[in-house]
Ligand binder design. Structure first.
Ligand SMILES: Cc1cc2nc3c(=O)[nH]c(=O)nc-3n(C[C@H](O)[C@H](O)[C@H](O)COP(=O)(O)OP(=O)(O)OC[C@H]3O[C@@H](n4cnc5c(N)ncnc54)[C@H](O)[C@@H]3O)c2cc1C
Ligand SMILES: NC(=O)c1ccc[n+]([C@@H]2O[C@H](COP(=O)([O-])OP(=O)(O)OC[C@H]3O[C@@H](n4cnc5c(N)ncnc54)[C@H](O)[C@@H]3O)[C@@H](O)[C@H]2O)c1
Length: 468
């Protein structure tokens, strides 16, 4: 049996772990997928955002018209966009594999790995063992299970497959109301597809601050047909060869939606099941998450886990942070570090864009945490005038005692960029008053909306004190 100093399962964030500091280690890197480099590169963050940008352009005539500019969207060449995107990504993936295959201390296995004992794995036909194992096996799309699926299998897609289709569908039903559903709804609707988004829950982006998720649904609902509170019942083959999606609402009333394709975006399943973790003494939490401590250690000695397979967050920046923790702890076992999960932000690259960090107002109420809230409309700052903005805002929540931010929620143009100074303030404990008045804010740039939200917190508190 071949023995290694270190085995890493997963070529996404797992592959980034192996840098030059490990050059003296005998390492096995294992991935079962045809493509090398994991989800973010091949079928996640990167290609989706590369589709979002052309979609933003296709949607721009709507915005331009409000500013007196007459633009026309004449159409798009889906195949050309797709080939440009994957023409860039596929060589990066292939190059990454090639480079790894040439790393003298790394043996690459392109097969599925599963535990058959303590730090012992079956990898395809071979068995290997290691002093240390890192589980970075990620997650995969969750599939629905209703009658009629087999009959329409050729029309059902997930985020893994929809970006590579040959033709953009004329009518698309998207199942789900989370990040993936929201981003693809924007992409396809902007390019000209008739999109119906069917969500089981009664809100979009269910983890978001309620005011944000309501406004997001309102805005997205102007561009796609939004159907909330719907339970998927079955699929049928339509007379025209497409798919009939049958749903019921909370009163049991049945609805039918007709589509050329269906995108299933109803969440993700962690790939822990494929690892046979019990055989390796690796504990798994109820929803398939590998249990780890703050140092990313699993219940099995010298076995670590990181990223989607174990994290509470299915986000690349979190997978990267957890990877750096494991990397450090492998190299410096005498002075281990912990992953900082305190201020994890996210952004949804839809239209409108959404970004957030920290607690929602609903959470603060539930926890009984005292807070002050301020809501600053984009439309009330100078750059917002230029945008003729309607309906976008920054919402901040702060502790009136310490004047530290507790949560920041943005819906509107450039939200993923605007949120960054607020993440920084929370991470480094900057007070609201220091942040608002201790620096210049470029006039009349869009971050003034953040400055004004911070000032809004201060004046909301002054108002409360005055009223008392
Ligand atoms: C459509 C989409 C868009 C996204 N957009 C964003 C975004 O904008 N921003 C963001 O932060 N996050 C985004 N994410 C999430 C992000 O992609 C993931 O959080 C991240 O890629 C997880 O990385 P990972 O290293 O944990 O797993 P992965 O990158 O998934 O790597 C796991 C690898 O392990 C392999 N594997 C699994 N089981 C086994 C086994 N038993 N044996 C061998 N190999 C195995 C898999 O083949 C895979 O290659 C998006 C995800 C999707 C699906
Ligand atoms: N921009 C980003 O950072 C980004 C982008 C895409 C994905 N991701 C990550 O990937 C994860 C998975 O994304 P996701 O959108 O698949 O999952 P999600 O958990 O965010 O949302 C799933 C949605 O599907 C709905 N749903 C569940 N079952 C359903 C059914 N049978 N019919 C209709 N709707 C149903 C739920 O109500 C929910 O709205 C996200 O949590 C996120 O962390 C991140």
């Amino acid at each position: 049996m071949q023995h290694f100093d270190l085995v890493v399962i997963g070529s996404g964030s797992g592959n980034s772990l192996i840098d030059e500091r490990f050059e003296k280690w005998n390492i096995a890197l294992i991935d079962r997928d045809e493509t090398f480099g994991g989800t973010c590169l091949n079928r996640g963050c990167i290609p989706t955002k590369m589709f979002v940008l052309p979609a933003d352009l296709a949607a721009s005539p709507r915005e331009a018209a409000r500013l007196g500019i007459d633009l026309e969207y004449k159409g798009s060449d889906w195949a050309a966009i797709r080939d440009r995107i994957f023409g860039r990504i596929d060589p990066i993936s292939a190059g990454g594999l090639d480079w790894r295959l040439r790393s003298p201390n790394v043996t690459v296995f392109r097969d599925e790995a599963r535990f058959i004992g303590e730090r012992t794995l079956q990898v395809g036909d071979v068995q290997i063992s290691a002093d240390r194992i890192v589980l970075a096996a990620g997650s995969r799309p969750r599939m629905v299970d209703v009658p009629g699926m087999d009959d329409v299998a050729d029309r059902l897609y997930t985020s893994d497959t929809i970006m590579r289709i040959d033709e953009r569908p004329k009518r698309l039903v998207i199942l789900g109301g989370g990040f993936i559903a929201s981003e693809f709804a924007h992409v396809f609707a902007s390019l000209g597809t008739e999109v119906t988004l069917i969500n089981r829950s009664d809100v979009m982006l269910r983890g978001a601050d309620r005011e944000v998720s309501e406004q997001f649904a309102h805005k997205l609902g102007q561009r796609v047909q939004l159907r909330l509170n719907q339970t998927l019942a079955s699929f049928e083959r339509s007379a025209d060869g497409g798919v009939t999606v049958v749903t019921t609402d909370r009163n049991g009333i049945e609805y039918e939606y007709y589509a050329d394709a269906v995108l299933v975006a109803v969440g993700r399943v962690r790939n822990s099941d494929s690892l046979a973790p019990a055989a390796g003494g690796v504990e798994v939490r109820p929803r398939g998450q590998i249990r780890v401590d703050a140092q990313q250690r699993t219940s099995a000695e010298c076995v670590w886990a990181l990223g989607d397979v174990s994290s509470d967050y299915l986000l690349k920046h979190v997978a990267n942070a957890e990877m750096r923790t494991v990397q450090h702890n492998l190299l410096h076992p005498d002075r281990p570090v912990e992953t900082d999960h305190r201020y994890v932000p996210y952004a949804v690259f839809s239209d409108p864009q959404v970004a957030a960090v920290g607690a929602t107002e609903e959470q603060l109420k539930e926890w009984g945490t005292p807070y002050v809230a301020a809501r600053q409309r984009f439309g009330d700052v100078a750059y917002g005038w230029a945008l003729e903005d309607e309906g976008h805002f920054v919402k901040l929540l702060a502790d009136p005692g310490s004047w530290r931010l507790l949560g920041a929620h943005i819906i509107g143009p450039q939200a993923p960029t605007l949120i960054q100074p607020l993440i920084q303030a929370m991470s480094f404990g900057l007070r609201v008053d220091e942040m608002a008045r201790g620096q210049y804010w470029i006039h009349p740039a869009l971050p003034e909306v953040v400055e004004n939200a911070l000032l809004g917190l201060l004046s909301a508190q002054q108002h409360r004190e005055h009223v008392k």
